[in-house]
Design a protein around this ligand. Sequence first.
Ligand SMILES: C[C@H](O)[C@H](O)CC(=O)C(=O)O
Ligand SMILES: [Mg+2]
Length: 394
Amino acid sequence: MGLPKIKHVRAFMVRGGGADYHDQGEGHWIDDHIATPMSRYPEYRQSRQSFGINVLGTLVVELEADDGTTGFAVTTGGEPACYIVEKHLSRFLVGRNPAEYEKIWDQMYFSTQYYGRKGLVINAISGVDLALWDLLGKLRQEPVYHMLGGAVRDELQFYATGARPDIAKELGFIGGKMALHHGPAEGEEGLHKNIATLADMREKVGPDFWLMLDCWMALDVNYATRLALAAQEHGLKWIEEALSPDDYWGYAELKRNVPKGMLVTTGEHEATRWGFRMLLEMECCDIIQPDVGWCGGVTELLKISALADAHGKMVVPHGSSVYSYHFVITRHNSPFAEFLMMHPGPTEVVPMFAPQLLGEPVPVNGRIKGSALDKPGFGVELNHEIALHRPYSN
Ligand SMILES: C[C@H](O)[C@H](O)CC(=O)C(=O)O
Ligand SMILES: [Mg+2]
């Protein structure tokens, strides 16, 4: 329909925070003895970087149209994702109209299905999809949330993820989600410590502030059930990602086991409508948490969200900065959003994907006004002052 065609596809890798938010320096709360599936090995317990959580780095996808307009997006994926974008996915983009995002998504997904479906390949597809939406918005001079149907509310409300829900409360957030520190291999002592941390935080924030625990796939059904039962008296709102993302059966059992009123959430490491269909149809959880940069991008999230809505479930995307903000504001079944506190303390609000994005909005008093999203595309620019490395070309 008269839009300039895509002329160039470029994929860069970047180190140091941003979309690979686990790639932080020493002393950051996000790498401080957090329970993981690798915690069963004592040598990998203290630091997630020790087992390689940050090996990938960020993938930046940049699309340039015939008229010189560029759209871009960032996600996790680094060098291997650059290869997939440049050597495989670019063929579905060059010479194409960016408004054909449905057909492009379909071609990217089915051409990679024999080695893709989840994980890195879907991260790469998500990055391309988000860059397409950004380009489309920049060409049409429209914010992405307009193209998704427009806002259903005037502002976004956030809960904060970090080690200091007490400070998150002072900063105006509606709740605080803490990482669980000890996994099953740390025995009864670890379980008591986990509960003691929650009890201490409940004491600090008072009775009504939401408190959640993020278990980052570290537990088994028995441990997660015991944790949930013990956490009830401290008003735990939800238990997140307690089990392996492949253990749909375990999630269904956990959901039956937790105390009435406590929510089970998961999905940040799930991908595509087919993965989320499993979580929904098997009654695994109360809230699904797709990461917009990992689940297939906005094009796929629209389908995931419609499926969740039909099942009466909320969609509260994992992190994902502006890519989540433009989506959440358009959906009734996404009533609030996550803000990942990337300050090392974390005692201050800093942009989630700093330093990669310029103009990234941040919550003020736990909120972002819809008007802050009123710029073309996702409303941010790539910070060209950071070291962008292009390992391959197409
Ligand atoms: C804090 C968690 O372990 C993880 O780093 C982030 C996450 O899962 C979330 O924000 O949700
Ligand atoms: Mg999580």
